[in-house]
Design a protein around this ligand. Structure first.
Ligand code: SF4
Length: 227
């Protein structure tokens, strides 16, 4: 499978924020989100290197962390994710898969981190990107299946207050979910914007039993690759 980077850092987002982890970042994505902060991994399939699953496991184990995060891009594009997660699980490693929830694979995983994409993710141009994105982004059938099969978190990127209504509609369609696994994360690439949005997102999330989800990597490292 094609991998652009394997590195160690602290998980910056979600239920396992702060946990020292090895990140395996695959190349390629079936979406083109307007706010994508990993375009080097999502939109440039010629980059990275083709690695055998055994090689990836070897490099990940060398870093010595108990937690491994499979991220992208969209890692679920690769069927090799199935043997990769099986081999990592055999080594008793804790596995998070970060996905937009548009593709299902029967992987081994301790936390399925699902980030369904709202209409605020739609790219502005070109038309080919807009069509690709809108065709693929809303696969609530896949998200339902992942939620029913794995320990999960549902992480929504929130830009404007009106996004909250769209999230409510999405959750209503989804049906069965645990409120405390719903994470509302501000769209931001800088700490100042994140803190400003935090005020109204927290005020909305708390009385409903949802969680505010800061992007701690911005606080720790700024908007930098490899973190
Ligand atoms: S799903 Fe994630 S990796 Fe893919 S384009 Fe959107 S933000 Fe980028």
């Amino acid at each position: 499978m094609r991998v652009i980077e394997i590195f160690q850092s602290k998980q910056g987002e979600g239920l396992w924020a702060g946990v020292r982890s090895t990140f395996i970042r695959t190349i390629g994505c079936n979406l083109r989100c307007s706010f994508c902060d990993t375009t080097y991994a999502s939109w440039r399939p010629e980059e990275g290197e083709d690695l055998a699953v055994e090689e990836i496991v070897g490099r990940a184990v060398l870093l010595g962390n108990r937690h491994v995060v499979l991220t992208g891009g969209e890692p679920m594009l690769y069927s090799e994710l199935i043997p990769l997660t099986e081999m990592l699980a055999e080594r008793k490693l804790k596995i998070t898969v970060e996905t937009a929830g548009t593709i299902h694979l029967p992987v081994k995983c301790d936390l399925m981190s699902i980030s369904p994409k709202l209409s605020n993710s739609t790219p502005y141009d070109p038309d080919s990107f807009v069509r690709l994105h809108e065709t693929n982004r809303d696969r609530i059938d896949v998200v339902r299946r992942l939620v029913s099969e794995y320990p999960y978190q549902l992480k929504f990127v929130v830009d404007q207050p009106e996004d909250l209504l769209e999230i409510e509609e999405y959750l209503h369609r989804l049906g069965d979910f645990e409120k405390e696994r719903v994470l509302l994360m501000p769209m931001s690439t800088d700490v100042t914007t994140m803190r400003l949005k935090a005020e109204w997102i927290v005020a909305y999330a708390q009385p409903r039993g949802y969680r505010y989800c800061p992007r701690m990597q911005l606080e720790w490292y700024g908007d930098r690759r490899g973190t």
